[in-house]
Design a protein around this ligand. Structure first.
Ligand code: GLN
Length: 539
């Protein structure tokens, strides 16, 4: 396809029957296949909730909040998009109902609709259509994939489905709808059941949208009969019934989709001539390494949402990338920060070759994090502290090495007389909670020589942030005198970005979030080297 001749194709991904079927992974997998065929692709997530962004949602509600280069607090699916495609996303890639309504209401107040009654159709739907088409402006991408959050039939998603209906009508073959649905297996009857899918497609039809492709999530392979039955009842060709069988790694899904010819069907339906088969050599070699690790290493993650894998999604994925790079499997042990203390730290961390202390907010579980850090600092076990994890490492050091028991962060004790971590000056005036932290990419200069410099192999780096509190530079000298060095500094503000400990094999704290930048094609150097160091202990 030559882009000068063809305009952007828009692919909509909806979900039926139930949530959590993996629309984000299917969208990212299709995008990967199209990218591997040489097309330019971007993915967008439309979330039907009224929050302006997920930044104010607690991880129990919505899993991790993923931060983009431009400082947008977004849905964790954007993390999958970046990890699969290795290209950055931005605020435009994640839009919520709250943001749509906010824009429409601002226009109403400005007088843009003077005289008109402002309504869901056409005003809200027009805003949704505008946000979708914005990504296709100037034919910058060959494909824009738009994933609609939620499940078809939800009240919240109605305006989105209506917007898709209208766009499909306007765009014809330049658009298509992929509906992800569930084919449950009833073990008592030993049968796969198509009825929920039929109902879900009927709901789409009631809204005026005929799905073009059905991706069917299933535990068991779909045979010819089932495929034909689904095709017959749902008005799709049998070749457009795509099996999405359960697998043990999300990274295998692009290959499964390739086997099912999802990319080919998409190209055919959008009348796009295939320019070449997907080049997936690197991806396949990653899968091979992932499948056949030569060794394993036990690493623990201390945080307060350990029962919820989605809360630390990007950290977990970064460790998978890093393990694969080291030809080893990372056995991740989650320890709840409220269940670890100075007395049981040795027992809880027995056999662990590395510790990650997670990012977070608020007082809950802080003592446990500090106890775990104290243990690994004294026992020469590799440590990576991320954001709050780094702040805890400094509190631990101040209390136990600098012998200042009242050292604290003003987040935990606003009245502390020894505020080694303090709120940033400009944050003191901020009272609004949404989108007001230090967010997005900031540059950092690494000191030479330092472990950080050795790991990154360069002096200037850029990493993404999400926090309000900072190392208080007033106390920096005291830490450095006792061997805790600030090895990364923001060149403009002088804020501490990285700390490391002299005389310890691997002890690094980072004020930023390296986990947001690790991808399959470019595993993050800090995670890579952390796993290498942990593995070195195993040998
Ligand atoms: N609560 C800390 C702060 O705001 C750390 C934030 C984080 O870990 N993302 O500075």
């Amino acid at each position: 396809m030559s882009r000068s001749k063809k305009s952007t194709r828009f692919i909509f991904v909806t979900g039926g029957v139930t949530s959590s079927l993996g629309k984000g992974i299917i969208s990212a997998s299709l995008a990967k296949l199209l990218q591997a065929r040489g097309y330019t692709v971007t993915i967008q997530k439309l979330d039907p909730y009224i929050n302006i962004d997920p930044g104010t949602l607690n991880p129990y509600e919505h899993g991790e909040c993923y931060v983009t280069e431009d400082g947008a607090e977004t849905d964790l699916d954007l993390g999958h998009y970046e990890r699969f495609l290795n290209i950055p996303t931005s605020q435009a890639n994640n839009v919520t109902t709250g943001r749509i309504y906010q824009a429409v209401i601002e226009k109403e107040r400005r007088g843009d609709y003077l005289g008109e009654t402002v309504q869901v159709i056409p005003h809200i739907t027009d805003e949704i259509k505008y946000r979708i088409q914005l990504l296709g402006e100037n034919n910058q991408y060959d494909f824009v994939i738009t994933e609609i959050g939620g499940t078809v039939g939800d009240i919240e998603s109605l305006p989105y489905i209506e917007a898709i209906r209208q766009l499909k009508w306007d765009m014809g073959a330049n658009s298509l709808v992929i509906h992800l649905t569930l084919i449950p297996y009833l073990s008592a009857a030993k049968e796969l059941k198509t009825k929920p899918t039929q109902h879900s497609v009927k709901t789409m039809l009631e809204y005026g949208v005929q799905p073009d492709i059905l991706v069917c999530r299933t535990e068991k392979p779909l045979n010819e009969n089932i495929r034909n039955k689904i095709a017959l009842f749902c008005n799709v060709e049998a070749s457009s019934v795509i099996e999405s069988i359960d697998t043990n790694s999300i990274y295998k899904v692009p290959l499964l989709m390739e086997q099912e010819r999802l990319d080919k069907v998409v190209l055919k339906k959008t009348k796009t001539s295939a320019q070449r088969p997907p080049k997936l050599k690197k991806w396949k070699s990653f899968i091979r390494k992932l499948e056949t690790p030569r060794s394993s290493v036990d690493i623990c993650l201390v945080g307060k949402y350990v029962e919820l894998m989605d809360a630390y999604k990007s950290i977990i994925e970064s460790l998978i990338h890093a393990g694969t790079e080291n030809n080893c499997r990372v056995n991740l042990h989650m320890i709840h920060s409220e269940e670890i203390d100075a007395q049981n730290a040795a027992e809880k961390m027995e056999g662990m070759k590395g510790l990650i202390v997670a990012p977070g907010f608020g007082n809950r579980g802080i003592d446990g994090k500090i106890a775990a850090i104290s243990y690994v600092r004294r026992h020469n076990i590799p440590f990576l502290g991320i954001c709050l994890g780094m702040q805890c490492a400094m509190i631990e050091f101040a209390r136990n090495v600098l012998s200042v028991p009242m050292a604290d962060s003003t987040e935990m004790d606003p009245g502390t007389t020894y505020p080694i971590i303090d709120i940033m000056e400009e944050q003191k005036k901020v009272h609004i909670k949404g989108g007001t932290m230090r967010l997005g990419a900031y540059s950092c200069r690494l000191k030479k020589p330092s472990l950080a410099h050795k790991i990154y192999g360069k002096e200037n780096i850029s990493e993404r942030h999400r926090h309000r509190y900072e190392v208080n530079n007033k106390y920096k000298g005291l830490f450095e005198n006792k061997g805790m060095q600030a090895s990364g500094i923001n060149p403009e503000s002088g804020l501490v970005e990285i700390i490391e400990l002299e005389g310890h094999p691997w002890f690094i704290g980072v004020q930023f979030h390296p986990e947001y930048k690790s991808t399959v094609d470019a595993p993050h150097p800090l995670f890579k080297d952390f796993v290498r160091a942990a593995r070195a202990l195993t040998k």
